[in-house]
Write a protein that binds this ligand. Structure first.
Ligand code: ATP
Length: 531
């Protein structure tokens, strides 16, 4: 029974800490239904386990079966512990009764052989056997954990690359050649791929070198999360990985930081292979995961001192070093408070500071500014830019296009596991945004339709994207329409159609991003088509 007790509270405690319980309550689940269903679930598990334990007590089972069941329970340390406690109490009680009672009840075996036996002996019902089993199991589990932590990565990589992927390639030839060939319709993505495949020597000094990376989750059906991507990131570069939900960004990050193993291909961080030298790779990266991985029972100062020690900062310098990073993200006023009392934005600041503070060559930031106010976000941008300028490489994912525009020296937009485009923000705006955005406010309703006809005939190919209360939002092809010409035409139209105001601007990164909202459209349409 001891095996079960601690398991019962796990689910309810997890539901409380993850707020799943609260969500159930606000969705209408009543308190009584919640706790009765938890009780029912516990009862079912308890009943099944009772049946298993009672097999030991059955008289009509063979001795071999009974021995197997009993010995298999000895594998569980908490069973042994419970047995020790219960046997110890029983034996102690018997000894007390035997010495204090003048007349011993019949069921009490008060023979000398029984009462004077050493309680730690290996014989039944003494507890020596359980103590030895408990210590042996503890030692074996410790060795297993150590073995798992040090070799599981290689084992997982081997299984993924040679066994699962080998079988997959054999039976899904069509999907592999169509989806995982790595060929891209985008010229920049294709050129980067060729460059990496043809000149590996020249690129060996890249901080991050991704070679034909594939990740498949072998579920039913298999999920192709990352489809053969290749990329090189140099010192002093900030690379932005953009994409819609489920595009494969987090999976790519998990592979780059050694959290998940690749199905095929390799990644070199500072020249070390992620599949062969994972320990070297881990010591060269800083990582701010999507969800804060902080020890909430510590203060910011304590946790930063801990990480500074891990990074090998010398003891006399630690205080200065930690204070510098606390100041850089304006966390000094919170430095001595428990992390559990922090707001989400402050936790994010702290996670980012921890990722940036190490002596790593590359820093991975997974949506670092989520939950930060605009001031904190600017602060973050400044510190990220400074860190990049100091020679480190930064890889960032973000859903804020403004942030990517401000920080990234180059970026890729990922759709369904593939890179759809690659280059600097300006390059992508020029390449995919051969349009101007025209916003016009028409004063009088009567002239609205005339003005619409005017735009359609004057700027062939223009598209009316949005209209609300006399405000029109057009995409105008920039081909054959220089800025000067567009302004000239609109200045004349201002009087003719009684326009209150108008503005013409270049496409934003967000609009380029939205171009890829429909992947089929992207792959089949002209790359310069108005989104
Ligand atoms: N552990 C997993 N097991 C099975 N499939 C997974 C697992 N993790 C991710 N996936 C699948 O892989 C694909 C890519 O997911 P991923 O989390 O990498 O996307 P993302 O771009 O980071 O999305 P988001 O912006 O929402 O964080 C999705 O189809 C997802 O369902």
């Amino acid at each position: 029974m001891a095996l079960l007790i601690n398991g019962f509270c796990l689910l309810t405690v997890t539901e409380r800490t993850t707020k799943a319980k609260h969500i159930q309550f606000v969705s209408g689940v009543s308190v009584i239904v919640y706790w009765l269903s938890a009780l029912l679930c516990d009862f079912i598990i308890f009943f099944a386990s009772c049946c298993l334990v009672m097999v030991k007590k059955l008289t009509n089972i063979s001795n071999t079966t009974r021995t197997v069941v009993r010995n298999s329970l000895l594998l569980f340390p908490n069973y042994n512990l419970a047995k020790c406690v219960s046997q110890y109490t029983t034996i102690y009680d018997v000894k007390i009764l035997c010495t204090t009672l003048k007349k011993h009840p019949v069921h009490l075996n008060c023979s000398k052989a029984n009462t004077e036996k050493n309680i730690y002996s290996l014989e039944e019902p003494m507890i020596g056997k359980y103590l030895i089993d408990m210590s042996t199991a503890g030692f074996i589990f410790l060795v297993l954990i150590f073995f798992w932590e040090t070799t599981s990565w290689r084992l997982r990589t081997f299984l993924n690359q040679y066994i699962y992927f080998g079988i997959y390639k054999r039976y899904r030839k069509e999907i592999v050649s169509k989806e995982l060939s790595g060929q891209s319709e985008d010229e920049d993505v294709q050129n980067e791929r060729k460059r990496i495949l043809e000149q590996p020597q020249e690129l060996l000094d890249s901080i991050v070198l991704i070679k034909e990376l594939i990740k498949i989750y072998f579920k039913c059906p298999a999920i192709l999360a990352v489809k053969n991507i290749s990329l090189a990131i140099q010192k002093g570069e900030c690379f932005g990985l953009l994409g819609f939900n489920g595009a494969g960004k987090t999976t790519t990050f998990q592979i780059l930081t050694g959290e998940a193993s690749p199905t095929s291909g390799d990644v070199l961080i500072d020249g070390f292979s992620i599949t062969k030298d994972i320990l070297q790779v881990r010591s060269r990266i800083g990582y701010c995961p999507q969800f804060d991985a902080l020890l909430e029972y510590m203060t910011a100062q304590e946790i930063m001192i801990m990480y500074a020690r891990i990074w090998g900062v010398s003891e006399p310098q630690i205080k200065l070093y930690v204070n510098k990073w606390l100041n850089s993200l304006e966390l000094e006023s919170h430095a001595d408070r428990l992390i559990s009392t922090y707001s989400e934005g402050n936790k994010r600041r702290l996670s980012t500071a921890i990722a940036l503070m190490g002596r790593s060559s590359v820093i991975f930031l997974d949506e670092p500014s989520t939950g930060m106010d605009p001031v904190a976000r600017r602060l973050l941008w400044n510190i990220v830019t400074k860190t990049r300028e100091s020679g480190k490489a930064i890889v960032i994912t973000s859903h804020s296009m403004e942030e990517c525009d401000a920080l990234c020296t180059s970026l890729a937009i990922m759709v369904q596991g593939k890179f759809m485009c690659l280059g600097s923000p300006q390059h992508l705006k020029n390449k995919f945004g051969n349009i101007y955005i025209l916003k016009v406010k028409v004063k009088t309703k009567d002239k609205l339709e005339d003005f619409k006809r005017f735009v359609t005939t004057t700027f062939p190919g223009s598209v009316l994207k949005h209209e609300n209360q006399g405000i029109l939002n057009y995409y105008i092809p920039s081909k054959d329409n220089r800025w000067g010409k567009v302004f000239g035409i609109l200045e004349q139209a201002k009087e003719q159609f009684d326009l209150e105001d108008y503005s013409v601007s270049q496409i934003t990164l967000e609009q380029v991003f939205l171009t890829f909202a429909n992947p089929e459209k992207v792959s089949s349409d002209d790359e310069n088509e108005v989104p």
